[in-house]
Write a protein that binds this ligand. Structure first.
Ligand code: ADP
Ligand code: NA
Length: 341
């Protein structure tokens, strides 16, 4: 029987923002605190995903270390959780290749991440000038790499934001197809998607889209290392609406509801409960800024203390690598045997 195994990953593409934190990382820590000791917790920094968009080498190197510091700063404990760099375990790409051979290309072409990448390119250029070279094969097939990341550890539960719904379905389809092909019933568990209440934090300046690292307006996202002053001013300039009173209604009042979700998450409460005590947008913004500052201050302080400790960060990475490699090499030995390689 496969032990309960929780697996997740984050790209080393800059300091995590509040959406990454409230939607994913905070839950990684919560699972670490609440799961039985028999549950395996495996958290990865997925460098192989980051390079689907060209990265200068020095920047990538820096951001891989920064992400390790950020994961420690949010409270992950390397004695309890396996924390490692996916790009240091060659079995991820080995399994991804095999799973590529189980994945219809047209399924990948239907992924919203792929379609929105094409749409972005079309918007920024004249259609006739689309740079087809930016649409590399890695970008098309990275959901398969993600499936390999998860299945390599026979993960049973995957805590990720709701932007990952389609990728999780693909992962289950691939696992099921593999199991049937090799008559290896339940060899790969079909992993469950663990969604948090804050699985979709919206852009503060455009509450129609999700908060993301790639939006051009820096003030649209709060980084977990922002100063108190930056946090306050970004929340003050968040888009709300002109309705009176403060109510949670994520369809008609996305801006207000987004702030309520952020406030509630920071206070371990619900949006409806925190809304009850508030009358105006100004009050909502003030309360949210205070709560976010209180939540992020210890994280920012720890991040700054750790981020220059390169030797320590690399040591931890080495340890995570050993732990991950031992599981990954077991799986790949079994897979090779099942396939006849
Ligand atoms: P990004 O999408 O900002 O580049 P990643 O792809 O590295 O970040 O995602 C890391 C984790 O953060 C994933 O679990 C993803 O679902 C989650 N996440 C990303 N953006 C948000 C958001 N705006 N709200 C909630 N969760 C998010
Ligand atoms: Na994402």
């Amino acid at each position: 029987r496969v032990p309960k195994t929780i697996f997740s990953g984050i790209q080393p593409t800059g300091i995590p923002h509040l959406g990454n934190y409230l939607g994913a990382l905070k839950n990684w820590k919560k699972l670490q605190d609440n799961e039985e000791s028999s549950t395996r917790l495996i958290y990865s920094i997925v460098g192989y995903h980051a390079i689907t968009i060209p990265q200068p080498a020095a920047k990538l190197k820096q951001e891989r270390r920064d992400m390790m510091a950020a994961l420690l700063a949010i409270g992950l404990d390397p004695h309890r959780s396996i924390i490692f760099h996916q790009d240091q375990i060659s079995q991820h790409t080995e399994l991804a290749w095999i799973l590529n051979c189980f994945t219809p290309v047209n399924k990948l072409q239907r992924m919203t991440t792929w379609k929105s990448k094409i749409a972005t390119l079309k918007n920024s250029n004249d259609v006739s000038e689309i740079d087809d070279n930016a649409l590399n094969l890695g970008l098309l097939s990275y959901p398969v790499l993600q499936a390999a990341d998860i299945l390599l550890y026979k993960a049973t539960h995957v805590p990720v934001g709701d932007d990952q719904q389609q990728h999780m379905e693909l992962t289950r389809d691939i696992a099921d197809q593999y199991n049937r092909t090799y008559k290896a019933r339940r060899y790969f568990p079909l992993p469950e998607h663990l969604i948090t209440p804050a699985s979709r934090i919206l852009n503060l300046r455009d509450p129609q889209s999700k908060m993301s690292k790639s939006h051009p307006l820096a003030s649209s996202r709060i980084m977990i290392t922002d100063t108190d002053k930056d946090i306050a001013s970004k929340i003050r300039s968040a888009v709300t609406d002109s309705e009176s009173g403060i109510t949670f209604d994520d369809v008609h009042r996305p801006g207000v509801s987004n702030l309520l979700t952020i406030l509630a998450e920071c206070e371990d409460s619900t949006p409806q409960t925190v809304a009850a005590g508030l009358e105006t947008s100004a009050q909502l913004k003030e309360a949210t800024a205070e709560a976010v500052i209180r939540t992020l201050t210890p994280i920012r302080d720890t991040f700054h203390r750790l981020s220059s400790e390169h030797t320590y960060l690399d040591q931890l990475a080495g340890r995570g690598r050993e732990q991950a490699a031992s599981i990954a090499s077991d799986t790949m030995q079994q897979v090779r045997k099942q396939i006849g390689l």
